[in-house]
Structure formats: structure tokens, C-alpha cells
Design a protein around this ligand. Structure first.
Ligand code: NAP
Length: 598
């Protein structure tokens, strides 16, 4: 076991470094697909779950394994489907291939997958039934499959370094997943397929529905939900392994440690991610929920959990304490996320991505399944890296990332930037259209409101109309615009906006002074000058799109209500700024009609 642990740790660390190297090359444009791709890959916890659900480890283990199979397969199917849906949208200029070509490629892909799966299945089948490779342990043969799968996953992530290769890369990763899953179905411990099939059917239906039908605007919630499903699978398998090994754990402290980590990280990620999903779906208030002594009670709770884990490593048979520790971890995840809102939310989502990866890796250590250790490490690294990037974009410290909720913004103490009051100018669509007369340069600044209004198609059409009139149109993308890293890129790609027209904050900011019009479509916090000049603002220090430097500013939103951070926007009182009130999609359509009529 100690050698196995040593190997496992080597793998974990090396995969982390490799992951860092590969993932740091993924451009911000593809950060949302990256999240759902690592999410799908971390669904590799399916292989461990399949064994637990199909082996003869007792009724409880079978049942928990069944739920874990359903959760993990939901992530695999949903994650890969939605990643593919997103990646299909990223186009540079005109994509000449027609619908028939797409269908043909899809068919070719399905046939290839079936052939390869059949081939792999028959090899293992033959090996097991006839001793085809005499002297070779089938579990070892499976180990080689897992190595190939791991390589394919890494190549898949490497593909995400450019939109051009991203889908091909994901195809390799999907193939790797298929190999690992089909191979595992022939694992020597599996004696019963009923529960496995049940779990796979449920997961495929749930994941398939999420993958096919979920609107792009709901991708952040879906991602948070899948983190919670992955974490739930890890927690359940941890519990099942604890029950299965029982008193044996006294002689295997390493296994007890791994189980402890698995259930603690899995538990807190499960409830934390559910909370994040509920906040993003607006089932709960987005604003921080705080109370006196919150940080102290959270730290105390964490200390109790860590103390319980240490005690359990010494006395693994203290089963009541084990279940208490799991319950406290569930409570901790909930408490960790409720005080977080406002500008810290994107960090929380990617941080939970990282935690979900760690839970998956811990499950890999428990089952000594190396591919799970690798993918868990990749997922953990990806989430952590995205958290750091988000932190930089929002001017939050790395310590804030590590301690999650403990670094929340003191929104209430700072209060809204109410001193930003002044005169607000509004206009109607035909007046706005006049402002576009003869302009040479327009910068469109999309934000969360564009996603809510589903205005991306209208915005793209408006840009085409302006381009035909000789205007240079560019899009300014803030790293935390919307509700997820890369959110705006995905929506605009959906509306066929070529990605070479999208500019990151640092690239576009120098061009605002020469822009005749900055058209802000449902963006608010990411344009708030208070982030630069109002120390009392919760947004202070966050880099923003310098919209106020444009010659004229038109803001499309419904009211003077604040954005996610809950603070007033100084921009709206700027004499150059004009508000076009209304739903962004309606306003854009009216603008297009006015422009076409002039
Ligand atoms: P925002 O500050 O949340 O503002 C969005 C604005 O859109 C609102 O002020 C709202 O005003 C308007 N809006 C909503 N529905 C609309 C509709 N149908 N038509 C027109 N306008 C509509 O958005 P943002 O500027 O994109 O900034 C993102 C914020 O979310 C940041 O604070 C960021 O930290 C946070 N966040 C980001 C992520 C991420 O990873 N990107 C994740 C979580 C949180 P009205 O109600 O008046 O219309």
C-alpha cells in the first residue's frame, strides 16, 4: 500500500504540473469550455463507481455505487455534450462547411466510437474468457487502457489551446473516456450489471438533457451543479469504502486518510456547489448572507472537522465520529458559500471546480485508481489556475482564493457608491440611431444583461449593419463579464461573431478614447469607474473596461438598478453617457430597424 501511495502521489504531483503547463495555454476565449471539459473528464470517477456498483461489496455499497454511477455519468455525458455545443460555435470568419458535412462528420464519429468500443470490449472479453493473453492479469491490462486514456485526456486539454484544434482535442478526450469506461465494465470485481445499467441510463438521460437543452445562459449554474454531482459521487464512494473495510482500516491508516479526505472535500464541495448553483439560478439571494462572528465560527467548524479526521486516522473504528465528520463537512460547504456574493462569485465557481477535482483525486487514492488521480489532479489544477486568473482580473489576493469565503468583500460596510448621483440622460431608439451616423469606430461592451435578454444574436446583427455602413466594430470582453469566465465569448460565438473581433480588456482599453461610440449591452459592474476612483466602493481595485473614455456612451439596460455587486454605477452620471432603457434584445432590434430606415 505504501508503494502504491508513493506512486499515486508522484502521479498526482506530475499530473498537476503537466496540467498547469497545458491549461495555462488555454486562452480566456475558451475558459468556459475548459471548465466544462475538465468537468466532463473528472466524471472519470465513473470508473470507480462502476466497480463499486457492480461488485459484491454488500447492498449498501451497491446502492451508493449506483447513485455515484448516475452522478458521474451525468457529468460525463452532459459535460462533453455541452463542451462540444460550445466549441462548435467558435468560428473565425466564414465557416464554409454546410450542415451535411456536419452530419456526416457526426455519423463518422459515432461509427468510429462504436467500432473502437467493440474492439476493446472483445479484447478484454477474450482475455478473460479464454485466457487469450495467458499470464496477464486482466486488471493490469485495464491499467494500460487507463494510461492511454490519460494521454488522450491530456491531448484533449492541449487542443483547447486554440479554437481551431479544440473540437478535435475533445474528440480524443471523449474517446479516452469511452476506452476507460468500456474497459472497466470488464473489471474482474464486477459480478452484477443491473445497478450499473440503471445508473448509466439515469446519468445518460440526465446528462443528455442538460447537455442538449440547457441554454448557454445557464451554463454557469450547470457547471456548479456538475461540481456538486461529482463531489457527491466521491463522498458516497468514500462512505461505501469506509463501511466495506470497517475494522480492517485499523491496519491501513493510509486508506483511512484517503477516505477521510475524500468525504470531507467531497462533502463540502457538494453543498458548496449546490449553494453556488442556487445563487446563480437566483433561487437564493446573490448578495452575501453574513452574520456576526461568521469567520470565527467557520474556522472553528473547520478545526473540528480536521480534528475529527486526525482522530479517525488514529481510531478508524469510531464510526459515529465518521458520520458526524461527513455531516459537518456538508454543513461547512454550505456555510463557506453563503457569505460570498458580489464580485467574489466567479472565483468561488472555479475554486469549487478545483475542490471537485481534489475530491476525485482522493477517490482515486482510495480505490488506487491511477486515472482518477490524474484527472482529479488536472481538474484541480485547472480550477485553481482559473481562480488565480479571476483573482487577478478582480484584483483579489491569492490568499482570498485559498480561504474562499473568508476573504469576502465587506459590501455592507462599504455601502453603495451613492455619492455617484447626478443627472442621468436617457434617449429613445431613433435618437440613439442618429448617434451612429457616420461613426468610424464602435466598441460593443457586452455584459450579463445581454445573456439575460438573449440579445447576442441581435447584437451580432447590429454589428453587421454597422460594418456594412463602413464602421469598424469591435467587442470588448471583460474577464468577469457575465456569470462565468469566458461567458460572453460563448454567447457571442453562439451568435456567429468571429472570435477575431473579440478583444480582451488589456487589448481594447487603449482604444476607447478613439471610439466614437461605446455601446454597453447589459454590462454594469465591469464598466464602473468607481473601481478606479472610489476607495469605499466594493469594486475598488477591480480592473474595468474604460468605457468612460469613449467619445459617446450608450448603455442598454432596463432601469437604474445595480448589477451583481449591488453598487451604483458612476458611469451613468457621466455627461457623455446616455441610457437607452428597456430589455436589451428589444432595444437592439429597435436600433437595427432605425438604422435600416436611415
Ligand atoms: P452586472 O454588473 O451583473 O450587470 C448586469 C446588468 O444587466 C444589470 O445592471 C441589469 O440592469 C442589466 N440587465 C439585466 N437583464 C437585462 C435585460 N433583459 N436587458 C437589459 N439589461 C439587463 O454584469 P457585468 O457588468 O457583466 O458584471 C458581471 C458581474 O458578475 C461582476 O460583478 C462579476 O464579478 C460577477 N460575476 C461574474 C462571474 C464570471 O465569472 N463572469 C461569475 C459570477 C459573478 P437592469 O436590471 O436595470 O436591466
Amino acid at each position: 500500500m505504501t508503494t502504491e501511495l508513493e506512486i499515486g502521489l508522484y502521479i498526482f504531483i506530475l499530473a498537476g504540473f503537466l496540467g498547469y503547463h497545458v491549461i495555462s495555454r488555454v486562452p480566456p476565449l475558451l475558459h468556459t469550455p475548459l471548465m466544462s471539459a475538465t468537468n466532463a473528464m473528472s466524471g472519470i470517477s465513473l470508473v470507480g463507481s462502476l466497480v463499486v456498483a457492480g461488485a459484491d461489496f454488500g447492498m449498501l455499497s451497491t446502492f451508493l455505487g449506483f447513485i455515484a454511477v448516475a452522478c458521474s455519468s451525468t457529468n460525463v455525458v452532459g459535460g462533453f455534450l455541452i463542451t462540444d455545443r460550445m466549441l462548435k460555435m467558435f468560428k473565425k470568419g466564414e465557416d464554409s462547411r454546410g450542415e451535411r458535412g456536419v452530419r456526416y462528420r457526426l455519423l463518422r464519429r459515432v461509427v468510429l466510437l462504436i467500432l473502437v468500443a467493440g474492439f476493446l470490449a472483445s479484447i478484454i472479453w477474450l482475455e478473460e474468457l479464454r485466457g487469450f493473453f495467458r499470464g496477464v492479469d486482466p486488471t493490469n491490462a485495464l491499467g494500460f487502457f487507463y494510461i492511454v486514456s490519460a494521454v488522450l485526456f491530456i491531448l484533449g486539454l492541449k487542443g483547447l489551446s486554440a479554437p481551431k484544434y479544440a473540437r478535435k482535442g475533445m474528440f480524443l478526450a471523449e474517446f479516452g473516456m469511452l476506452m476507460a469506461v468500456v474497459g472497466t465494465l470488464f473489471h474482474h470485481n464486477i459480478v452484477e450489471y443491473r445497478w450499473i445499467i440503471g445508473g448509466l441510463i439515469i446519468g445518460t438521460i440526465a446528462g443528455g438533457s442538460m447537455g442538449w437543452w440547457i441554454p448557454m445562459t445557464a451554463v454557469p449554474q450547470r457547471t456548479a451543479l456538475s461540481h456538486s454531482l461529482g463531489a457527491l459521487a466521491a463522498t458516497l464512494i468514500g462512505i461505501s469504502e469506509y463501511v466495506r473495510h470497517g475494522a480492517e482500516l485499523v491496519n491501513d491508516r493510509v486508506l483511512m486518510t484517503a477516505i477521510g479526505f475524500e468525504v470531507v472535500i467531497g462533502g463540502l464541495t457538494f453543498t458548496g456547489s449546490l449553494m453556488a448553483a442556487a445563487k446563480l439560478q437566483e433561487l437564493l439571494r446573490g448578495a452575501p448572507i453574513t452574520y456576526k462572528g461568521q469567520n470565527t465560527s467557520n474556522i472553528t467548524l473547520l478545526a473540528v472537522i480536521v480534528g475529527s479526521l486526525i482522530y479517525l486516522i488514529a481510531v478508524p473504528t469510531a464510526s459515529s465520529l465518521f458520520y458526524l465528520m461527513v455531516s459537518l463537512a456538508l454543513l461547512f460547504g454550505f456555510l463557506l458559500v453563503i457569505p460570498i456574493g458580489a464580485a467574489d462569485m466567479p472565483v468561488v465557481i472555479s475554486l469549487l471546480n478545483s475542490y471537485a477535482g481534489l475530491a476525485d483525486a482522493a477517490m482515486g487514492f482510495v480505490l488506487m485508481n491511477k486515472i482518477q488521480i490524474i484527472t482529479g489532479s488536472l481538474d484541480g489544477t485547472s480550477g485553481f489556475l482559473l481562480s488565480i486568473l479571476m483573482c487577478r482580473a478582480m484584483n483579489r489576493s491569492a490568499m482570498n482564493v485559498l480561504f474562499g469565503a473568508f476573504g469576502k468583500i465587506e459590501t455592507e460596510a462599504a455601502g453603495p457608491a451613492a455619492d455617484a448621483r447626478g443627472t442621468v440622460r436617457s434617449l429613445v431608439p431613433n435618437e440613439a440611431a442618429l448617434l451612429f451616423d457616420g461613426v468610424r469606430s464602435v466598441i460593443i461592451v457586452p455584459g450579463y444583461g445581454m445573456a439575460v435578454a438573449q440579445a447576442q444574436h441581435g447584437v451580432s446583427e447590429l454589428a453587421n449593419v454597422l460594418t456594412k455602413r463602413g464602421t469598424n466594430v469591435r467587442y470588448a470582453i471583460h474577464p468577469v463579464a457575465g456569470r462565468m469566465p469566458g461567458h460572453m465569448n460563448v454567447l457571442l460565438a453562439e451568435a456567429n461573431v468571429p472570435y477575431d473581433q473579440l478583444f480582451e480588456m488589456d487589448e481594447i482599453n487603449p482604444f476607447f478614447p478613439e471610439a466614437d461610440v461605446a455601446l454597453v449591452v447589459g454590462a454594469n459592474d465591469v464598466t464602473n469607474p468607481a473601481a478606479k476612483n472610489n476607495k469605499s466602493s466594493p469594486l475598488y481595485g477591480m480592473p474595468i473596461l474604460e468605457v468612460e473614455r469613449a467619445k459617446a456612451i450608450i448603455v442598454l439596460k432596463r432601469s437604474m438598478r445595480p448589477g451583481f455587486a449591488g453598487v451604483d454605477n458612476e458611469l451613468y452620471y457621466n455627461p457623455k453617457c446616455m441610457m437607452l432603457f428597456g430589455d436589451a434584445r428589444d432595444s437592439v432590434v429597435k436600433l437595427i430597424n432605425e438604422l435600416k430606415n436611415t
